[in-house]
Write a protein that binds this ligand. Structure first.
Ligand code: ADP
Ligand code: MG
Length: 633
């Protein structure tokens, strides 16, 4: 098989390479992946049989067969499921469906040099079939799609490409033949196969049968329990069985953050077996990523593309819902608007959010991990689900500038000084960028915690939600915030402060006027700041204008986007500003003051992560200043 007629796509070859070469331990998972594919194929054919009269389901039993040929060292896994035609074989077994898979796998492979088992989550990435090349020198797939006449044979050595030809072989469904590698003969042994099937595939709804075809009097033996896991009472199910089930449906490995297996009876009856995986899937933020809850009607798999089952802000939930209250003959398209589906959804979402609330109260560390993985997704609900706004706000957590522990909004309110009317926040791309902002200075000096918002979605829900328990969300980079008002204890000081401010404002009239001339339309206004303590200047968005972080978001989407000019606030207590004022009053070196003004403005832009408005001018002035600081020796 050196001259394959079809070459693998570059990405496929690369992924095969990663899979084959970085997996030494846990090779047994190839069987889990093949059995899982067979079970999916049986699910699909069952469903098709409901809607397409040509596909006759009733006569044969759905089953998965493992045949062992000891002499030839061949293992065959077959199913009488949906099957594949030429096109399916080409696209399913020759390409990588999900974008980002390769990059992600590469990263996993490079991180897991010593921890090879990390790759055991391969099934998550839609490349489980390739795991067969871990144990086989060559793989042959013979398949006939349900309802079609022609069978096809796909074969490959897993290196360069594959052959795909017509075949006359008698087949219903798919049969996968592995020519085992020399060091993989353990997978011919009955006990080994039984162990692996029990370990990974016990919960599969179809029987997995073993037959040693070259043994005399060999009997077929069923290796697994073959009853759908979710139909068993939860007290009879072990934690390992739940875990295996979830990894079978691609929810990753290990203990989920939360498992929910419930039976609901009432106006609508359904069973749910769902989990929140311990780590988020790599494509959680792909724009086209949707929920993938599986919907079963009376144990028949219907679809995993029923968006109406849970809203997209819960798209990290994995698992299934099984109900008898939907007509089996309903078409997949009609499910979106099916009243029973929306009843289930309403009940299920309520259940999930209540459970999360419980976790947040009883298992603070667990909730922390949850929030780290999925907080940014859950917050999308604040924007999308007005009905559950209160519940969701209650579940949200934020860190403040004071430390990176997360807190609820209620705890923030509890910590607020009596006179603080608003909930203060600062938005930035990263926490460290936020912490570097001069806007925080006044809040720090008065010990007022400021929430840090670093998720893109924050820019959308914040303006929409507006308040929490009547307290307004207020961006500290926008508008004029007078922190002195919070010093209720010290009323005298407050009025004193006010007088002082007015006096100061008068003193700086000339400097502000001069800087306005220099900066022109680059700034909307220039005014004295009441909140800066260490920095000489900062930029603020005017009340009605877009907040700085929102503007950055717009700029990322549209390179030509130019936001509204900002207000430049200057710190009248800063030595530099004071010196500029004095220098200006002497009227001897106005140019120097102007240039300093330009530098300060550009510096404020830099702190916001922006380029100088005029880089050439900026460098020129900067060099003049440097020359003064480092004169000729
Ligand atoms: P995934 O199962 O995550 O999609 P796999 O690499 O395991 O990724 O399989 C790729 C695709 O090949 C499947 O989605 C399915 O369309 C097809 N396939 C694999 N095995 C079978 C089978 N036994 N019967 C029918 N189709 C199959
Ligand atoms: Mg698979």
């Amino acid at each position: 098989m050196t001259n394959m007629s079809n070459k693998f796509e570059a990405d496929t070859g690369k992924i095969l390479d990663i899979v084959i070469n970085s997996l030494y331990s846990e090779r047994e998972i190839f069987l889990r992946e093949l059995v899982s594919n067979a079970s999916d194929a049986l699910d699909k054919r069952k469903y098709l049989g409901l809607t397409d009269k040509k596909i006759n389901n009733s006569s044969d039993v759905s089953e998965i067969k493992i045949e062992v040929n000891n002499k030839e060292k061949i293992l065959t896994i077959s199913d009488n499921g949906i099957g594949m035609n030429e096109e399916d074989l080409k696209s399913s077994l020759g390409t990588i469906a999900r974008s980002g898979t390769k990059a992600f796998l590469e990263q996993v492979a490079s991180n897991s040099k010593d921890k090879k088992s990390d790759m055991s989550m391969i099934g998550q990435f839609g490349v489980g079939f390739y795991a067969s090349f871990m144990v086989a020198d060559s793989v042959e797939v013979v398949s006939k799609k349900a309802g079609e006449e022609q069978a096809w044979k796909w074969s490959s050595d897993g290196k360069t490409g594959f052959d795909l030809v017509k075949t006359d072989k008698e087949i219903a469904g798919t049969s996968i033949t592995l020519k085992l590698k020399k060091d993989a003969k353990e997978f011919l042994e009955e006990t080994r196969l039984q162990f692996v099937v029990r370990k990974y595939s016990d919960h599969i709804s179809y029987p997995v049968k073993l037959l040693e075809i070259d043994k005399k009097d060999a009997k077929e033996k069923t290796l697994n329990e073959a009853s759908a896991l979710w139909t068993r009472p939860s007290k009879d199910i072990t934690e390992e069985q739940y875990q295996e089930f979830f990894s079978h449906i691609g929810a990753g490995f290990g203990k989920p953050l939360l498992t929910m297996h419930n039976n609901t009876e009432g106006t609508i009856s359904y069973t749910n077996l769902i989990c929140i995986p311990s780590t988020r899937p790599f494509d959680l933020f792909n724009p086209d990523r949707k929920s993938s809850l599986k919907l079963y009607i009376n144990r028949v798999f219907i679809t995993d593309k029923c968006d109406a089952l849970v809203p997209s802000y819960l798209r990290f939930i994995k698992g299934l819902v099984d109900t008898q209250d939907i007509d089996l003959n309903v078409s997949r398209e009609m499910l979106q608007n099916n009243p029973a589906v929306s009843k289930i959804s309403k009940s299920l979402v309520g259940k999930i959010l209540r459970e999360l609330k419980k976790v947040s109260e009883k298992n603070v560390d667990g909730y922390k991990s949850f929030w780290k993985e999925y907080g940014a997704v859950l917050k999308e609900g604040l924007y999308e689900d007005a009905e559950r706004k209160e519940t969701l706000l209650d579940l949200c957590r934020f860190s403040t500038n004071e430390n990176d522990e997360i807190m609820s909004l209620s705890s923030y309110l509890e910590k607020m000084p009596e006179n603080q009317k608003d909930i203060y926040y600062i938005s930035a791309e990263t926490r460290s960028q936020a912490l570097a902002s001069p806007h925080l200075e006044g809040f720090k000096s008065k010990n007022i915690p400021v929430l840090i918002m670093t998720d893109a979605i924050d820019q959308f829900w914040l303006p929409m939600i507006g308040t929490f328990k009547d307290k307004k969300f207020t961006s500290i980079t926008q508008g004029q915030i007078n922190l002195d008002d919070l010093d209720e204890k010290n009323k005298d000081k407050k009025s004193e402060n006010k007088d002082q401010k007015e006096k100061q404002a008068k003193e700086f009239v000339d400097l502000i006027a001069q800087m306005k001339v220099v900066l022109g339309e680059q700034v909307k206004d220039i005014r004295l700041s009441s909140n800066l303590t260490d920095s000489p200047v900062c930029l603020v968005a005017d009340d009605g204008d877009m907040d700085i972080a929102m503007e950055q978001l717009m700029a990322q989407r549209d390179a030509n986007y130019k936001g509204a000019p900002r207000i430049l606030e200057i710190n009248g207590d800063h030595t530099l500003i004071k010196n500029m004022k004095s220098l200006l009053s002497k009227k001897e070196n106005n140019d120097l003051v102007s240039d300093a003004g330009t530098l300060l403005f550009e510096q404020a832009r830099l702190l916001e992560g922006k380029m100088p408005a005029d880089p050439a001018q900026f460098s020129k002035i900067m060099n003049q200043f440097l020359l003064k600081a480092i004169p000729t020796q």
